[in-house]
Design a protein around this ligand. Structure first.
Ligand code: PLP
Length: 389
């Protein structure tokens, strides 16, 4: 008897893969064949986790910290995170409202799991971080993707929210600075959105995973309001992507439900990683992280004018993260094909706009400056040769 394949859930139809994986797979095949590929497609810093954090992780493992923590995380880490808000962003955050999660991914899943279900709508920008719409789908809710462009710095505005909201709107999700555009939301616009959400009983979720990587303007945290779901992570600024650690600062009223949900979804965030992260807040470690941040800024300041001089349109200054969302329509009609040609002919891997939504994806490429400056200089030289062809 031939086995009958079990059914897959209907939601799987809507969970798209990352198209960049095709680019990455091809890049790896070219590399295996001896080609030198410059990787500007990867959304994580190239820097290693600072040594004091690694050391604290090793010490924790040796000391036997390999059991579960409470679902909300180590109390001492929740306090350290709250202190970081005060020191870095001049915001008083109650440690009792901090939940340590498996990455910002875990925090997003918890938040949407709490807020959204069948028939509910979650507003988010398009282009945006692709997992957000999939998290909403996973919760059987509808991601309402709002087309944004340079006119609003690729961010939602109150006006756009009012136009796309419905009685089913349960949450507005903002990421600032944004992936893939690196652009940040203005403080006054966020304040207008916050007031609108508060007066309509709509939750405001602000993903600040790149906030500490803001190069221009102020790092204004939405944690200044205690009714916002503020998401952050040790992945990007803290250079700990693989440790899988993030956090959520939630309104007090949501904590009991979130704790229950965290217990059930993942029991707790990884224990050795939580101990390691305690070392991230030491002044010497923060100084190292800020030096890395300065390096990222230097890369942006090289790459941004270099791309603009070569006909890529980048109308809004990317103020943070490590991404430039470049309009390549002066060179090609289809950014996916352009990305493929760039890889094959110039050995440069970038992410096509297709991964970030449905609003003009064929015009855009995301270029991640997650390579050292000499490699970026080399990439621009290769790009010149490529564009001359
Ligand atoms: C905007 C944004 N949010 C959340 C995440 C998830 O990060 P992590 O789960 O590693 O903390 C990412 C990762 O690239 C991101 O770009």
């Amino acid at each position: 008897m031939s086995p009958i394949r079990p059914h897959t859930a209907a939601r799987m139809e809507n969970i798209a893969p990352f198209h960049v994986m095709d680019i990455l797979a091809r890049a790896q095949a070219l590399q295996a064949a001896g080609r030198d590929i410059i990787h500007l497609e990867i959304g994580e810093p190239d820097f290693a986790t600072p040594a004091p954090i690694v050391e604290a992780g090793v010490v924790a493992l040796r000391a036997g910290h390999t059991h579960y923590t409470g679902a909300l995380g180590l109390p001492v880490l929740r306090e350290a995170i709250a202190d970081f808000y005060a020191a870095r962003w001049q915001v008083a955050a109650d440690p009792a409202r901090v939940i340590v999660t498996p990455g910002a991914s875990g925090a997003l899943l918890l938040t949407l799991g709490l807020l959204a279900g069948p028939g509910d709508e979650v507003l988010m920008a398009d282009p945006g971080y692709p997992c957000n719409r999939h998290f909403a789908r996973f919760c059987e809710a509808r991601a309402v993707t709002v087309p944004v462009d340079a006119a609003s710095g690729f961010q939602l505005t109150l006006n756009l929210i009012e136009r796309h909201a419905s009685p089913a709107t349960r949450a507005v999700l903002i990421a600032s600075p944004s992936n893939p555009t690196g652009t940040a939301i203005a403080a006054d616009e966020l304040a207008h959105i916050h007031d609108w959400c508060a007066s309509h009983g709509v939750a405001l979720i602000v993903d600040e995973i790149y906030l500490a990587l803001t190069y221009d303007g102020s790092e204004h945290s939405a944690a200044r309001w205690d009714d916002v779901f503020v998401i952050n992570s040790f992945s990007k600024y803290f250079l700990m992507t693989g440790w899988r650690l993030g956090w959520l600062l939630a309104p007090a009223w949501a904590m009991d439900d979130l704790e229950r949900l965290a217990q059930n979804l993942f029991l707790a965030a990884p224990t050795p990683a939580q101990h390691a992260a305690l070392a991230a807040f030491a002044p010497a470690t923060l100084a190292e992280l800020d030096a890395r941040k300065a390096e990222l800024r230097e890369r942006r300041d090289f790459l941004l004018p270099a791309l603009r001089e070569r006909g890529f349109i980048i109308p809004t200054q990317p103020q943070g993260a490590f991404y430039i969302y470049a309009d390549c329509s002066a060179h090609a009609d289809d950014s996916f094909q352009f990305a493929q040609a760039l890889l094959e002919q110039a050995g440069i891997a970038v992410t096509p706009g297709l991964d970030f939504g449905q609003h003009q994806p064929q015009r855009y490429l995301r270029v991640a400056y997650t390579q050292p400056l000499p490699r970026l200089i080399q990439a621009i030289a290769r790009l010149d040769t490529f564009l001359k062809k």
